[in-house]
Design a protein. Structure first.
Lengths: 114, 319
């Protein structure tokens, strides 16, 4: 009985591992495709991992467009959004005497104004 | 007392201002626009609204629009398959990953990776992954088909047509009308299962030790526990997480429409109401688009209300 449970555990673990690796396949595919020569994407039979690594795709994306600037923009938007969301959200969620009287939220012990 | 009542408003002000400016205004405008024939180009003044007022015409058109009907049933089908599938998978994953095994945190991360990937990137990525000829999904299916067909021949029988088809081409995913919806389901389950797993996992880890101890005394194992009515921690995670399917995967949409407009056509539209189409056609049909958005909103509102009503009955709130 104990052995059976052990076997079951191993089976579950292997299944979870297999599933986890399957989740990775699209990411793996993205990387592998990014290393192929520009025209080789539709070549048959398909190379799972390109024999020659073509790094020029990366070179192109870094030089053809202002990639650094775009990345910085994304970063600024993300940081700004997070900051504003957290601030306004935390402020709105601050327990107040008014909400504590009606609602069932946390009591106003911690941060209510004097 | 007075100063107390001023404080909450002051604290609410940032969120309230944002809501009024960026949510409530546009929401009300779109409600108004749904009764107007508006192209989105003329300045939106009271005069424009007055002169182009069409009453319920947009809603009448919607009821008769075959594209809308098709999209509606496709969306319903999609939700009916994808959501239960994702829920069951996520629950099984959470049960499996809720053990103190070696490397279990890495495994959880693997399942969660798609969640932290940009939705547009996921959509674009899956256009490649589901490519019928060079995508890994069909490569794998063809491989399996070949092996099974070979096995069949080894046993001295003619492989069935299904296997031959699988070995030769496999499903056309995003290009074949019959398979398109399954392609979208596959991609969105992949993208969404991790987050739901995490929520279930949090629920499982929130079950207090007393319950588990009592259960271990009574004897039932985890599966039996699950079948015996709502476990104390689950519904916390369940109803509070509205499906994010109403947005779909935007990256897949261009894949479906640009590449395959001919073969997929209007009537096999696999997913989502024809909102972007109404926005995207020229001249823009903003009035019609608003009407669609409001019908969609009413449906979602009804579903959410139902969810809350059921929640009151099902969820064991902890004191």
């Amino acid at each position: 009985m104990k052995l059976l449970g052990r076997l079951w555990d191993v089976l579950v673990y292997l299944l979870l591992l297999l599933g986890g690796l399957t989740m990775l396949v699209p990411f793996f595919w993205m990387v592998s495709t990014s290393l192929k020569a520009p025209g080789a994407v539709f070549d048959l039979p398909v190379e799972v991992w390109p024999r020659e690594l073509h790094l020029e795709n990366y070179q192109r994306v870094l030089t053809a467009v202002p990639f650094g600037r775009w990345y910085l923009n994304s970063l600024l938007v993300a940081l700004g959004l997070t900051f504003l969301n957290l601030t306004s959200g935390a402020m709105a969620a601050t327990p107040s005497p008014a909400s504590a009287s009606g609602g069932r939220g946390p009591s106003s012990s911690s941060s209510s104004p004097p | 007392m007075r100063v107390y009542f001023r404080f909450p408003l002051l604290f609410l002000l940032p969120s309230l201002a944002g809501f009024l400016a960026f949510n409530l205004g546009p929401i009300l405008t779109s409600l108004l626009l749904s009764f107007v024939d508006y192209d989105g180009l003329r300045p939106l003044t009271l005069r424009t609204i007055q002169e182009n007022w069409v009453g319920l015409e947009n809603y009448r058109r919607l009821l008769e629009d075959p594209v809308f009907h098709r999209a509606f049933w496709n969306t319903l089908f999609y939700v009916g398959v994808a959501v239960p599938l994702e829920m069951v998978l996520a629950l099984l994953l959470a049960l499996g990953l809720n053990r103190p095994w070696w490397g279990v945190k890495v495994l959880r991360t693997l399942y969660l990776l798609p969640t932290v990937t940009s939705v547009v990137a996921v959509g674009l990525l899956w256009r490649w992954v589901l490519n019928p000829t060079v995508g890994p999904v069909n490569l794998f299916l063809r491989f399996v088909g070949e092996k099974l067909a070979a096995l069949w021949r080894l046993l001295g029988a003619e492989p069935p047509a299904f296997l031959a088809w699988l070995a030769r081409e496999g499903p056309g995913w995003l290009s074949d009308p019959h398979w398109a919806i399954w392609g979208v389901i596959l991609a969105s389950v992949w993208a969404g299962v991790g987050l739901r797993m995490l929520i279930f996992l949090a629920g499982l880890q929130n079950i207090s030790r007393e319950y588990l101890e009592a259960a271990s005394w009574m004897g039932p194992t985890a599966p039996a526990l699950l079948l015996r009515g709502p476990p104390p921690a689950f519904p916390h995670g369940l109803p509070e997480h509205p499906p994010r399917h109403d947005r779909g995967l935007p990256g897949l949409r261009p894949g479906l429409h640009h590449d395959r407009r001919g073969s997929l056509g209007q009537h096999q539209r696999p997913h989502a109401l024809p909102l972007p189409e109404a926005f995207g056609t020229f001249p823009f049909e903003m009035g019609y688009a608003s009407a669609i958005a409001w019908v969609l909103f009413l449906i979602l509102f009804a579903l959410t209300y139902l969810q809350w009503a059921l929640r009151r009955r099902w969820v064991l709130e902890e004191a």
